[in-house]
Design a protein around this ligand. Structure first.
Ligand SMILES: [Zn+2]
Length: 72
């Protein structure tokens, strides 16, 4: 298995509260603001780290959330 293999995961399989939190509790590097919200979430695993990627509701840039072990 290659180190850079991206494994797709199902964001929608998470429970509603969790999804809501991920979509609402965001930090956007471009806007430099918290909790602007994001859309089009995609979840995947890369190098044994889980990422949730979406787009900032305000400016449309990519927001990448990295999940550490204790969060899932
Ligand atoms: Zn933004």
């Amino acid at each position: 298995m290659s180190d850079n293999e991206r494994i797709e995961r199902d964001f929608n399989a998470r429970d509603e509260d969790e999804k809501k939190a991920f979509l609402e509790e965001t930090w956007c590097d471009q806007c430099q603001e918290v909790n602007l919200g994001m859309v089009e979430p995609v979840e995947y695993e890369l190098n044994e780290i889980i990422f949730i990627e979406g787009k900032c509701k305000k400016c449309g840039s990519i927001i990448l959330t990295e999940l550490t072990d204790d969060e899932f």
